[in-house]
Design a protein around this ligand. Structure first.
Ligand SMILES: [Mg+2]
Length: 203
């Protein structure tokens, strides 16, 4: 006997893969991962892009990954600078990387201080879920790269394939301090090695 909804469910099962989205992405922290960590960086002229960042991102893009930047900017919530300052820094960075043919699909910023309620502040996976829903991503085939434990936790909370710690920025210190928590992480010297690892290990 057919139950109500059975037909609908069998149709849904057929089209589900398209709905689930098959596109892989790489989510990238900004400070200490793409550019030098400068403690509450807020001026475009202070942006110091790590050598090879553009080339590494371009390789990921050419391998079929959509690129997203996910950044906590608590300096806004703390009153040190404004969201407009953050935008100016990101626009500058975007222009620098565009010289290498790199383009971020979207930039996600959490401007709140750690003690303020926030929808997306890492380690929350919310922005990765937002990106999945908006761009039809397959998070299980996606990657998160960052220099802090919260970056990796954000990836784990979203169910990405792998969270990767870079030793740039705070990464080297985190590697020393958080051995136990990093047992499921991949740890590499910097973004170029992260890109190598992802390209070699994605399916
Ligand atoms: Mg960072």
């Amino acid at each position: 006997m057919r139950v109500p909804g059975e037909n609908f469910n069998s149709i849904l099962a057929l089209i589900k893969p398209q709905f689930a989205g098959m596109k892989p992405a790489v989510f990238l922290d900004r400070d200490g991962t793409l550019i030098a960590e400068k403690n509450y960086l807020c001026r475009p002229e202070d942006v110091e892009v790590f050598p090879g960042t553009g080339a590494a991102l371009k390789r990921l893009q050419d391998a079929g990954f959509m690129l997203f930047m996910v950044s906590n900017q608590s300096g806004v919530g703390r009153g040190y600078f404004t969201l407009a300052d953050v935008d100016r820094v990101n626009e500058h960075l975007g222009r620098e990387l565009a010289c290498d043919g790199v383009r971020f699909e979207k930039i996600y910023i959490a401007p709140e201080a750690p003690d303020q309620p926030s929808r997306g502040r890492k380690p929350s996976p919310q922005f990765l879920f937002d990106a999945r829903d908006e761009f039809g991503l397959n998070l299980a085939e996606s990657f998160m790269v960052g220099d802090k434990l919260i970056d990796l936790e954000c990836g784990w909370n979203a169910g990405v394939k792998k969270s990767i710690l870079v030793r740039t920025g705070y990464g080297a210190d985190v590697e020393q301090l958080e051995t136990e928590k990093l047992r499921h992480a991949v740890i590499v010297d910097g973004l170029a090695s992260a890109a190598d690892w992802i390209i070699k290990n994605h399916s």
